[in-house]
Design a binder for this molecule. Structure first.
Ligand code: NIG
Ligand code: FE
Length: 423
């Protein structure tokens, strides 16, 4: 790829040590948080980035006429593919009527307590065949890729029994084989307590029955640590057991109530703590010190009409922030582009900060910098030498057009591992 009017390489040098521009509370200087090359080029060989720099230097070493795929990106932007580090994209059923009920003022948790919400999706998902679930997931991955996601984490959690949880993760595994997107599976048997079961018994089932049966099919273990769902102690037990089975912890924390899930994430050195709407400054300090990536999901706040999480408190504490879609039946928003628009308009990130959070931040939230997590390649979310050749060409002159232009996609094409994956 050569001649890009703007080539986004990754976070700017000297800004990944925890002292971010913009951490003081002001929206960061767009030029300061991303390393960008004007008239830039990137060369990819055997799936990975081998050189990145000004077009004249790169084409001298890697002439486009010798390349299997050569893309003239004049007037366009090239940037790392988006890393959607938090989705619940494997589910069946329809909850559009709950959207209407929520608009009439019915709270999300009340719907769940009455057997709706997650539990309703569980009934529909249990009734669906593997083939149906796979087709639904593959279609959704097509949509997500069309909005720029080249890596997508997918959680189970609409099975809530051993057989269906395993089935869901097997379907995610089949999708990973068939679809060009890098699909990263997370086990989330502890997503809700199934109807008619006690929380204590269900937590035992997750640990004793589900984990041993599903662990081979997942990379991470996640839990909904929330009032009237799973306590901090339940979460500690499940996530600790998950790690014993080789699954690194993630956690849904401080979404509706402030329970202490982010402290637990710090204690366990979880890969990420997600949602965090009710997190305090001291929570932010604890997760920053532990290297837990705060993952913010503005689509969910948008869908529920609540306040947004506060990214500045995490940046000020020295964290790298990730932004993801949380695509699920309560937040029917598969596109990273709109998530990044909301990260700007709703949460006050600058366009460059949002793009950084949707690329580099997302990669870190999936363990790209942790050697024990092999499924997510080092450098994922950047276009530095050695990173995977996962990139987007935008039909737009700069990265700022991603959040600026909402309700249309600026993604013109995507490569994954150097191979054309979209258009
Ligand atoms: O992250 N909060 C728990 N899980 C999802 C919602 C799942 C659903 O409502 O189906 C979330 O928002
Ligand atoms: Fe979620």
């Amino acid at each position: 790829i050569y001649g890009a009017s703007e080539l986004v390489v990754g976070p700017a040098a000297g800004t990944t040590d925890g002292s971010h521009p913009g951490a003081d509370g002001s929206p960061a200087d767009p030029d300061a948080v991303l390393e960008r090359i004007e008239d830039g080029a990137v060369a990819i060989a055997d799936g990975d980035v081998v050189a990145v720099g000004p077009t004249d230097e790169i084409v001298a070493e890697y002439p486009p006429e010798n390349a299997a795929v050569a893309i003239d990106a004049s007037g366009k932007t090239a940037l790392p593919g988006f890393v959607d580090s938090h989705t619940h994209a494997v589910f069946a059923g329809d909850r559009s009527d709950e959207f209407a009920a929520k608009l009439r003022g019915k709270p999300y948790q009340e719907i769940l307590a009455e057997g709706g919400g997650i539990l309703r999706t569980v009934r529909a998902t249990r009734d669906a065949t593997d083939k149906e679930l796979l087709e639904l997931l593959l279609d959704r991955l097509d949509t997500m890729l069309s909005f720029g996601a080249t890596t997508v984490e997918v959680k189970s959690g609409y099975g809530l029994d051993t057989e269906t949880e395993r089935r869901l993760l097997e379907v995610v595994g089949q999708a990973a084989e068939r679809h060009p997107v890098r699909v990263i599976p997370t086990f989330m048997g502890a997503h809700a307590v199934p109807e008619g079961e006690s929380t204590a018994d269900y937590v035992d089932r997750v640990i004793e029955d589900q984990l041993p049966s599903v662990a081979a099919h997942a990379v991470f273990c996640d839990i909904f640590c929330e009032e009237d769902v799973f306590s901090v102690e339940d979460s500690r037990r499940v996530l600790t057991a998950g790690r014993e089975h080789g699954l690194e912890p993630k956690i849904h924390a401080e979404e509706f109530a402030h329970l202490g899930g982010s402290r637990l994430a710090a204690e366990l050195n979880a890969v990420s703590a997600d949602h965090l709407l009710q997190a305090t400054e001291s929570d932010a300090a604890a997760i920053a010190d532990a290297g837990v990536v705060p993952t913010l999901l503005p689509g969910t706040a948008f869908a529920l009409g609540t306040e947004y999480a506060q990214p500045r408190q995490f940046l000020a504490a020295g964290s790298e922030v990730a932004v993801a879609t949380d695509f699920n039946p309560n937040c029917y928003a598969p596109g990273m582009e709109f998530a990044l628009t909301l990260a700007c308009v709703g949460m006050g990130l600058s366009p460059a900060e949002a793009v950084r959070a949707g690329t580099y931040g997302g990669g870190l939230a999936l363990g790209a910098s942790r050697t024990e997590i092999e499924r997510v390649p080092a450098g994922c979310g950047t276009l530095r030498e050695g990173a995977p050749g996962d990139l987007l060409v935008l039909d737009a002159p700069s990265h700022a057009h991603v959040p600026y232009r909402f309700d249309e996609s600026v993604v013109e094409r995507a490569l994954i591992g150097g191979e054309p994956a979209y258009r």
